[in-house]
Design a protein around this ligand. Sequence first.
Ligand SMILES: [Zn+2]
Ligand SMILES: [Zn+2]
Length: 265
Amino acid sequence: MKLTIVGCSGSFPGPQSPASCYLLTAHDGTRLWRILLDLGSGALGAVQKYMDLADIDGIFLSHLHPDHCMDLCGLHVAVRWNPDGWPTGRIPVWGPAATAERLATAYGLDPEPGMSEEFDFITWAERAPVKLGPFTITPYPVDHPMEEAYALRVEVDEFDGTGVDRHVVLSYSGDTDACAGLVEAAQDAHFFLCEAAFQEGRDDAIKGVHLTGKRAAEAAVEAGVRRLLLTHLPVWTDPVVVVEEAKAVFTGDVAVAVAGVHYTI
Ligand SMILES: [Zn+2]
Ligand SMILES: [Zn+2]
């Protein structure tokens, strides 16, 4: 499985990165599949550096804050108004129950049909795995001020040409404070893409919203992950500070996400 950091700026786009969007690709033995975890503000432009929009196989939303879903508004235009016609069918979008209505409102559309002619909206059921191509994605409820917010566990059985499928696990925190759902989602993951929007000492009064580098690392230790990539840092959070917080707790590989970087998992 390959991960591309399309956007990783926390809460709103920064000068170097769009808001949250991660492209995952994996081969099922027949073809390459491409899915997006979140499509936050500013990400639709950047994603076109890596793929044709018509090749998106599915979109998986962690929650409905604009920095995780708002560029579906632009994608809806790309699907609906392409003068050459949209070459494929509706794009499946998994998300909270309110997704279709929220996006229709954001765009000023009547909720019926809203964007349902461009997107096939499917509602998450917590802890219920969804299968798409080589991917199995399972949403775990997390602690964030939204009616539904999830960490996403992505498991892949990838055909690598040797006749033996390779099973790898990537866990994505979405937005959350420390909670049991986060650890459950990340259990024994090869790669833990975990938010660290806050800094210890600066944001301590705000509970139930975001992690710090320290709290992300504590979840990484508890879950037994192999590799930790900190993400969703807003422009006012210092990457050096959150990495140092994390390294004091987690002895494995730790880094901060940078837009445009690819990882093979
Ligand atoms: Zn966010
Ligand atoms: Zn959020």
